[in-house]
Write a protein that binds this ligand. Structure first.
Ligand code: ATP
Ligand code: MG
Length: 581
């Protein structure tokens, strides 16, 4: 490809709406352009990168025995009603109606469709196990589309679904996919860590996320891990053991005390001169539409996904002050956040108020708790005497750095990660309600035991930028670079320079190496800048030294720069590419 013809426009500045480096660089270097919120045009350079990622995914999925198919992007409501998800999948599901007023949605994921395909075609145990996958655009009306391709609304995903006759068969396929994923991300130039995770709206029990570890804002997940054993988990799933702390508040009798304007745990602990660990905090949440009160030890934080799972919901948020006011009134109280307690809370609108206690509160003695009166707290409280211990006790606590590893007891560390893929054991979550069954050896109809396995193709490409860049631009890993090499003749009017550059261009092409010849009549500095920004793994500069028969060969990744004969430069490039592809 000649640079003069390449459809690319690099910018002088980063786009003003970009927060993370991959978003900034992909726009500045002319890879993507925003069409509307969370929706991007993939320009030719980007499309080449994405096709490479797709091909790596395809090759490894095929090698692992999975079969590729392609399902429609538009899905009918009926299948979603069958699975039970039409009513529970929130606003992320983009719903629409056709001219006959039939309801449809844009595919955010394809469990319903694949399960319907399986029940039509997989009738006997003899046909199982099977793993089917596709690579396709998905649409999710994300609450907060951001970070460019990392969290878009329309994005490309590889989604695979396996069907098995037993848990053992599923376990085997789960391991098989785990290995395929490890190879895929490695080939994309990414180091990943497989961490235990929450199964969320997709459902199921066992699941792992493949994280690219980062210390930047682009890592939307907190990952807890142990340096002494193999424990690692997303914060929405992580558990830990707590170091021993004071749990006896030491108040000699139960009494209501004035706590004027001390609504925060920090202020309350100072005001009462007691540790935060002896305060029972009560927070009001709305899960789907129902009110939930979460009780947790004062020094700890509620992990919202854990709480949501504890009540079997799909969406969670903290209640607004207005909702709290209303809820209080309805139950005969008058209190604002900071003074809430579980006692006497029954109903809110058509819902019963659920009260969930974190394990940390169960051991409290002579503790401090809100009583639904503003500016008052009860001190010296005890479960079963002053306040009922809620029936539902769960782990709804966010783990913190330094708490103890649940496997080996050493302190846990925390870092951030970009989730590029995940694997889930679904079991019969879809096959049962959708009556997707096969005939087993014993002649009985049984639902398939399913697994599902996703990879964000667009997110993986963006994550590769997050992992490989410098102040000048992108440093693509060779395997997914849009082109391998750029040849830069310093002065296109110099006949010798140009003829050597043209010859190298042809030679590289004939070896199957993807090369761009920067034949623009621009200053060398401009061309170098673009080469670094776009991120070609190798640059060959043909300048004055060609009179001594030498070109300059530069490796983008390391910045290493050497003078070589053109044929030697060609050899070096071939070798480097062969080593990884
Ligand atoms: P997240 O927790 O980041 O929202 P998810 O759990 O919703 O991800 P899945 O439904 O399992 O993700 O989708 C599989 C893969 O698709 C993810 O691992 C991720 O790589 C990618 N993906 C999910 N949502 C987006 C998005 N909004 N933009 C880009 N890629 C996405
Ligand atoms: Mg999501």
């Amino acid at each position: 490809m000649r640079m003069s013809k390449l459809f690319v426009q690099t910018l002088r500045e980063y786009p003003s709406d970009a927060e993370v480096i991959s978003h900034k660089l992909l726009v500045k270097a002319g890879y993507i352009r925003k069409l509307t919120s969370g929706v991007y045009n993939f320009l030719p350079l980007m499309w080449r990168v994405l096709k490479k990622v797709e091909n790596i995914v395809r090759e490894e999925m095929d090698a692992a025995g999975a079969q590729e198919l392609l399902m429609p992007f538009v899905q009918p409501k009926e299948l979603w009603v069958e699975s039970g998800r039409w009513d529970v999948y929130g606003k992320e599901l983009m719903r629409l109606k056709d001219r006959h007023n039939r309801e449809m949605c844009l595919g955010p994921t394809h469990e319903e469709i694949i399960t319907s395909i399986a029940r039509d075609g997989l009738k006997s145990y003899k046909q199982l196990p099977v793993n089917l996958y596709q690579i396709q655009s998905k649409f999710r009306d994300e609450v907060r589309p951001r970070f460019g391709l990392l969290r878009g609304r329309e994005f490309i995903m590889k989604d695979a679904y396996s069907f098995a006759t037993s848990q053992e068969e599923l376990d085997k396929e789960y391991q098989n996919m785990w290995q395929a994923y490890t190879k895929i991300f490695k080939r994309c130039g990414l180091e990943t860590k497989a961490v235990q995770s929450d199964s969320g709206a997709i459902g199921g029990s066992v699941s792992h996320e493949f994280m690219v570890i980062t210390d930047t804002d682009a890592g939307e997940n907190d990952v807890f891990y142990c340096e002494h054993c193999d424990y690692s988990a997303n914060s929405n799933h992580a558990i830990s053991n707590l170091p021993q702390v004071t749990i006896d508040g030491g108040f000699s009798k139960a009494e209501i005390v004035d706590t004027p304007n001390v609504g925060s745990i920090e202020d309350l602990s100072k005001f009462l001169n007691c540790p935060q660990t002896v305060i029972c905090k009560a927070l009001v949440y709305i899960v789907d539409k129902a009110p939930v009160i979460a009780l947790i030890r004062g020094d700890k934080t509620v992990e919202e996904t854990k709480l949501m799972n504890a009540v079997g919901g799909l969406e969670i948020r903290i209640a607004t002050p207005a909702e709290i006011e209303e809820l209080m009134k309805e139950n005969g109280f008058n209190a604002i956040a900071g003074f809430i307690g579980p006692k006497g809370l029954k109903k809110y609108g058509e819902y019963e108020i659920k009260i969930i206690a974190d394990k940390t509160v169960t051991e409290l003695k002579n503790f401090v708790i809100g009583i639904n009166q503003t500016d008052k707290h009860l001190v010296g409280a005890n479960w079963g005497i002053d306040v009922e211990l809620p029936k539902q006790i769960e782990d709804i606590r966010l783990v913190e750095r330094g708490e103890l590893c649940p496997q080996c007891g050493k302190p846990l560390q925390v870092t951030r990660g970009i989730e590029v893929g995940n694997i889930f054991q679904l079991g019969t979550k879809y096959s049962k309600p959708m009556n997707a069954v096969y005939l087993d050896v014993d002649g009985k109809a049984k639902p398939y035991i399913m697994g599902c396995y996703g990879i964000g193709v667009t997110r993986t490409a963006a994550a590769a930028v997050e992992a490989h860049y410098d102040e000048f631009g992108i440093k693509w890993p060779i395997q997914i670079a849009p082109y391998h090499v750029v040849i830069v003749p310093v002065n296109i009017k110099d006949e010798l320079q140009m003829s050597v550059a043209e010859k190298m261009y042809e030679d590289l092409k004939s070896k199957g190496i993807e090369v761009v010849l920067d034949d623009r009549d621009e200053r060398a500095g401009v061309k170098f800048k673009d080469a670094d920004l776009i991120g070609f793994p190798f640059r060959v500069t043909v300048g004055k030294t060609i009179q001594e028969g030498l070109v300059e060969y530069k490796i983008r990744e390391t910045g290493e720069q050497i003078q070589l004969k053109p044929e030697d430069a060609l050899e070096e490039i071939s070798k480097a590419i062969k080593a990884v592809i």
